[in-house]
Design a protein around this ligand. Structure first.
Ligand code: XUL
Ligand code: MN
Length: 348
């Protein structure tokens, strides 16, 4: 058989993925570390890119002038260039400020909505400085605790209008919506990839609005992340991915990739592989967190392990017996296809 030229994947994580272990019930269990330390760790474990929130790049961003913002972003860009690390995307942190308590773009107060849009434009300035055209929108507080508090139709129109203002501000940027059905809100307005891609068509330039799938978010919506991947790819709209895992319907766990459901992880890798994900420069990001119990000396293991599992599953996807699978499908023998998949994963 002729050797097939196989694609290699490039990997990415964000500063928040080296988190300190705090949860709603207890304080950090590891000491906070500087950006330089995190970049050093990323280099050490051989990842290719870093993803950012706007205030990972410019801390206390709301207190900074435009000039300070650009200076600080340039400093970070220099550190990245010196380290040979790319910036994958920048996401505005629209859920921390007192002005986004009741939502960002869907806030009932026009002053707060204006703040959210201005914050996004500043996020675009940062992205431009870091050399990425990708803006990610996790619409954390665009939803409600009680349905009577907002008008759902207006909310959707306001989100589309905010994205329009971003697209108009910079003709080169692309916006990837990262949907999540709940947490922190009871109900989010853009809970799934289908919603995100439909929303793209309400904007002035649908071609520049796509999506980012996070495995845990799809599971929280009761969906199969592999099907979400295929769906987004059918539209050519999967511009980034946050692989991780989630044990059922509870808080967003961001567990290491494959650590709950190896078969689902296999199907996610298989879907990425068959859709040629990465061919246009997309990265595989792991939005995973260390367990609270993690010691300082084991701080990057959740990232290294997620990549290791991904690569092992990639091997499984590439050695899956497609011919036999085809025959079993033609014979509608799904019982055997089921077992063949398990045997393959178990390494018979
Ligand atoms: C939240 C989440 C975010 C986004 C970026 O659940 O996944 O970290 O990925 O804002
Ligand atoms: Mn994420």
């Amino acid at each position: 058989m002729p050797e097939k030229k196989e694609r290699t994947y490039r990997f990415c994580f964000g500063p928040w993925n080296l988190s300190e272990g705090q949860d709603p019930y207890g304080p950090p269990t590891r000491p906070p570390q500087s950006f330089d330390w995190k970049l050093e760790k990323l280099k050490e474990i051989g990842f290719d890119a870093m993803m950012f929130h706007d205030d990972d790049v410019v801390p206390d961003i709301d207190q900074k002038s435009d000039k300070e913002l650009l200076e600080e972003a340039k400093e970070v860009k220099k550190k990245l260039s010196d380290a040979g690390v790319a910036a994958e995307m920048v996401a505005p942190r629209l859920w921390f400020s007192p002005r986004t308590i009741d939502g960002a773009f869907t806030n009932n107060d026009p002053k707060c909505r204006r703040y959210a849009i201005e914050r996004c434009l500043r996020c675009i300035d940062i992205a431009r400085t870091l050399g990425t055209d990708l803006i990610v929108l996790w619409l954390a507080r665009e939803g409600t605790y009680i349905r009577e508090s907002k008008d759902g139709r207006k909310a959707v129109e306001r989100i589309a209008d905010a994205i329009d203002k971003m697209l108009a501000y910079d003709k080169k940027i692309r916006v990837a919506i990262e949907p999540k059905p709940n947490e922190p809100m009871d109900q989010a307005y853009v809970p799934t990839i289908g919603h995100a891609l439909a929303l793209a068509h309400l904007t002035r330039d649908p071609k520049r609005v796509g999506c980012l799938i996070e495995s845990a978010h799809a599971i929280l919506a009761g969906l199969d992340p592999a099907d979400e991947i295929d769906f987004a790819c059918a539209f050519g709209k999967l511009w980034s991915i946050h692989l991780n895992d989630q044990n059922g319907l509870k808080f967003d766990q961001d567990k290491p990739f494959g650590s709950v459901n190896l078969r689902s992880a296999f199907n996610q890798v298989r879907a990425l592989e068959r859709n040629g994900y990465g061919r246009k420069g997309e990265y595989v990001a792991f939005d995973v967190h260390p367990y609270r119990t993690t010691k300082v000396e084991h701080w990057t293991l959740h990232l290294e392990n997620s990549r290791k599992t991904f690569l092992r599953l990639l091997e499984k996807a590439r050695t899956f017996d497609e011919e036999t699978a085809k025959k079993l499908i033609a014979d509608r023998n799904y019982a055997e296809l089921d077992q063949m998949t398990l045997d393959h994963l178990l390494g018979d």
